[in-house]
Design a protein around this ligand. Sequence first.
Ligand code: PLP
Length: 444
Amino acid sequence: MSHIIHRSLQSTPLTAVGARGIHIMDAQGKAYIDASGGAAVSCLGHAHPDVLAAMHAQTDKLAYAHTSFFTSEASEELASHLAAHAPRGMDKVYFTSGGSESVEAALKLARQYFVEIGQPERTLFVARGQSYHGNTLGALAVGGNEWRRRQFAPLLMDVGRVSPCYEYRGRQDGESQDAYTQRLLQELDAKFQEIGPQRVIAFVAEPVVGATLGAVPPTPGYFKGVRELCDRYGILFIADEVMCGMGRTGTLHAVEQEGVVPDLMTIAKGLGGGYQPIGAVLVRAEIIEAIRQGSGLFQHGHTYIGHPMATAAALAVQKVIQRDQLMPQVRSRGAYLMRALQAKFGQHPHVGDIRGRGLFCGIELVRDRASKATFDPELKLHARIKAQALANGLLVYPMGGTVDGRHGDHVLLAPPFIVSEADVDQIVNRLATSIAQVLAAAGV
Ligand code: PLP
């Protein structure tokens, strides 16, 4: 009986004892293909020798020094690296220990910025439905994942809510992609007007939606429109790239493909590739300059920010990505994965949508392709697919996202960037077998 408070209090997960490349091994010696990189974390796979060497070297030099006294070489070098590769002007970096912490820091930085420049009346955030931005109270408040929020709702700040950009379900019959995009932007504009634009701090959104919808990219021009609206009203745009960022979609930052520059951007998972817990917020320099000239102090902080072990590991991960030119590889392997998914599931009667960018792909299961009707949530198909895939030696990230108030079943794939075409074939075959076994067992 475990003394750990595991997420499920009714079962104990498998014990992982080792990992190499794209595989994780359990205590019984069984190997699993890590086709979701945990939760889009393990971008270089496991036990990468360059990262291990950098971590060993850092252990010998300096494990920890509190940031109220010291900065460290590893943190400074990582911040310079991130600034050099950031979207234009986003060259200030605030380190954290993960995604939720990054979102909390971004929300507070944005709020403090407006206080410092004499606009304290800006007190509200606007974010999208069916979104996930983390589990701490601030991040949970901006998130629009109702089943996660429900029991904590009285503790969460009010947030203006608009529809996600989710073409598969949001675009109406006969509506063009452009008309759909414009409709979403009008909705956002109307929400700003309803609240009073001068009261809004920031709009928060994931450029490619991960955990709640399963790799849903935006429609063309959506984020350009978001940027224009935010600029019109002096509202900040916070891009949450905790899951879709750091190369996952084939460019270092997903927003690059949208041709926009956010004001703040949260990153985490792929930053450290799972070798250490680390996240960061990239911030436009003017925001930090305003705070520097004002109170001169960001009113925030955690004990482990800029942890030298974490920044050294992340620096090594990012250097490997650059040295080995993994971005073109993510794009080509991603295209291969998408073709393999299309070939396997394109005609499947219960796969309604196949989508994604780079090595960040999702499929959505439906009871009926024509009506897009979801399966009965009681069937818990997503959870059964996860369990069956596990039995078949495959780690995938299934979700029961809320679709129009009902639960839909999605599977997210986010394999390490080092995945080969043969690995991709194996992943797609095992996934297809697992889905077929689950549907047969459910009598579908
Ligand atoms: N933001 C997004 C978009 C995420 O996908 C996640 C985690 O899945 C988070 C924030 C929270 O990150 P963490 O779990 O590291 O706190």
